[in-house]
Design a protein around this ligand. Structure first.
Ligand SMILES: [Zn+2]
Length: 374
């Protein structure tokens, strides 16, 4: 299909917020609120040091009975009882979002590329005898869209959890065209039903083109949709991090960046000659050392304090993990390169209106038979 002249339908934007609290379901059947500050302060992270939300192991009082709630993803419930996405008739009026490393999502090659990447991982390739159910189902996975916040948080999680620290990501703004009668009533609870594992066959079998579910991993407590490709009418795409405004860092942050670069350069100059060793040997020798790590940690803290004002501490940690993944994936970036990358990514959280505004100039791709025509 010719995409020239095609227009993106007018879509309603929901205001993005990265400083939200959570609602947790008690055994008594009622819900209690916990702020992001309390969520983080009262969480006991796993001994392995993972800070992913799945490792939260802590309790909070129920506001309605004398039981305590074992809070975390397993108890997370709907954040906004008036969420517009609860109304099936409004789903196609809303702007939906998706992040991934494919600029042409949803494309015919995306599933194949993901499969190839998975099979290149030794952990998966050892199971690649076609008996592993998850691998076999992967190409048939339903498509997923969610709120803007869920899409951004999904990118952060993938950067730190899925070895995509230095990958180029894209933010897709998605227009849907869905018959309200072909969406499930209310929502699935991902706590009990693995919505992420839904396949296109599952939707076909149920007679749905979209299945609404609570997302407990990204923008926890928001509503996401598992889709058949035919539910998508148009997609606009921008690369992430989005082109941010000109960077004009000022002192004292600018001075700290320069000072730290000087200290890192001094450390590098004083380091022994490592050229006879392979990178594996160097890794075993842990030449980077505490002083080096401490300098980068100081920069990270300063950048968080400067750029992530009014961002929830839970999301600040997700962001920090993603930035660390980028640092580890890059070959010796300068402090300024890291600071610029940090700032450009922070804009997606702190200047969401400006980032969404970038879509105004993006020609939509019309999705025909579930695949991008471009
Ligand atoms: Zn209760």
């Amino acid at each position: 299909m010719d995409t020239d002249g095609s227009e993106m339908p007018a879509l309603d934007e929901r205001e993005a917020c990265f400083n939200y609290g959570y609602y947790m379901r008690c055994e008594c059947g009622r819900n209690s609120y916990i702020s992001a500050d309390d969520y983080q302060a009262n969480s006991c992270w796993s001994p392995a040091g993972s800070r992913s939300m799945s490792s939260v192991d802590a309790h909070m009082p129920c506001n309605h009975c004398d039981k305590s709630i074992h809070f975390g993803p397993g108890a997370t419930t709907l954040r906004d009882q008036n969420d517009r996405a609860l109304d099936s008739a409004q789903i196609s009026q809303l702007a939906w979002y998706h992040t991934c490393t494919d600029s042409n999502w949803p494309s015919t090659t995306y599933a194949d590329n993901r499969m190839a990447k998975l099979l290149a991982d030794p952990i998966w390739s050892s199971q690649a005898d076609n008996t592993n159910v998850d691998i076999k189902r992967l190409p048939d996975k339903a498509l997923h869209v969610g709120t803007y916040e869920a899409a951004i948080e999904n990118m952060l999680r993938r950067m730190s959890d899925q070895d995509d620290g230095a990958a180029q990501f894209y933010l897709h703004r998605v227009a849907l065209s869905i018959d309200p009668d072909r969406v499930n009533a209310r929502y699935r609870d991902e706590n009990h039903e693995a919505a992420a594992q839904l396949t296109a066959a599952d939707l076909h079998d149920a007679g749905f083109v979209a299945i609404r579910y609570i997302n407990v991993r990204e923008s926890a407590g928001s509503l996401s949709l598992a889709l058949l490709p035919e539910a998508i009418s148009c997609v606009q795409t921008i690369p992430l991090p989005a082109a941010a405004a000109a960077v004009t860092l000022k002192d004292p942050l600018l001075a700290l960046l320069k000072q730290t670069q000087g200290q890192l350069d001094d450390l590098a100059a004083a380091a022994p000659d490592t050229s006879p060793f392979s990178s594996n040997q160097l890794g075993m020798m842990q030449l980077t050392g505490d002083e080096h790590d401490g300098l980068w940690s100081g920069i990270m803290t300063a950048l968080i304090q400067h750029h992530l004002v009014n961002i929830s501490p839970v999301i600040q940690e997700q962001f920090e993990d993603a930035m660390n993944a980028w640092l580890h994936a890059k070959e010796a970036p300068t402090v300024r390169q890291f600071a610029d990358f940090f700032e450009a990514n922070a804009a997606a959280l702190t200047h969401s209106t400006a980032v969404k505004g970038l879509f105004a100039t993006r020609k939509p791709r019309v999705i025909t038979n579930g695949m991008s025509t471009q």
